[in-house]
Design a protein. Structure first.
Length: 178
């Protein structure tokens, strides 16, 4: 049972019991200036002590929530950085493996066959075939330019034809089909 001699004062042990804290923690809060100082025989002003204690609990809860929020933000930022680093490492490994050159070469080989297949299967005119070759050459040139950013593997400039060469190939009987 809680012993309260005077309603205007409360003992440290009674306040500790009511608050669910140890008497030592109440003393610490007094020393930290959170609770008012004892006035007589280890007793505190009742109303001031309760108000200060509730204020402390409220601010403590808010500061804990703020700390948790900051911790969650820090964890999210750290996870994003780790993800970016892992993605960068995967990209670097892929580029260093030379696999991207094989993929570009495969796509280039496929693209080289498109104009002839389109002409044969779709009945494209020579003029349309030349235009298609020009578009494909532009795409191949763009791919080669992207690869140039990675000097560890030399790009094969001979595999990248230009539109002028394609136009010369399309010249039949001295007539240019453009």
């Amino acid at each position: 049972m809680i012993d309260m001699k005077s309603p205007s004062l409360i003992s440290v042990s009674t306040l500790a019991t009511l608050a669910g804290l140890s008497a030592r923690r109440i003393e610490q809060l007094i020393n930290e200036g959170v609770l008012p100082s004892t006035v007589e025989h280890g007793e505190l002003p009742f109303e001031q002590a309760l108000i200060a204690l509730f204020r402390h609990f409220r601010s403590d809860r808010e500061s804990l929530a703020q700390e948790r929020l900051l911790k969650l933000k820090a964890q999210r930022i750290r996870a994003e950085r780790i993800n970016e680093e892992e993605q960068s490492v995967r990209t670097k490994r892929w580029m260093e493996s030379g696999l991207h050159f094989a993929v570009i070469r495969l796509v280039t080989d496929i693209l080289e066959r498109v104009p002839e297949r389109a002409q044969a299967e779709l009945g494209l005119t020579s003029q349309a075939t030349v235009a298609l070759r020009c578009l494909i050459d532009e795409a191949r040139t763009s791919a080669a330019a992207a690869v140039r950013d990675f000097p560890q593997q030399p790009t094969d400039a001979t595999n990248v034809s230009n539109c002028a060469q394609t136009e010369r190939e399309a010249e039949i009987d001295g007539t240019l089909y453009v």
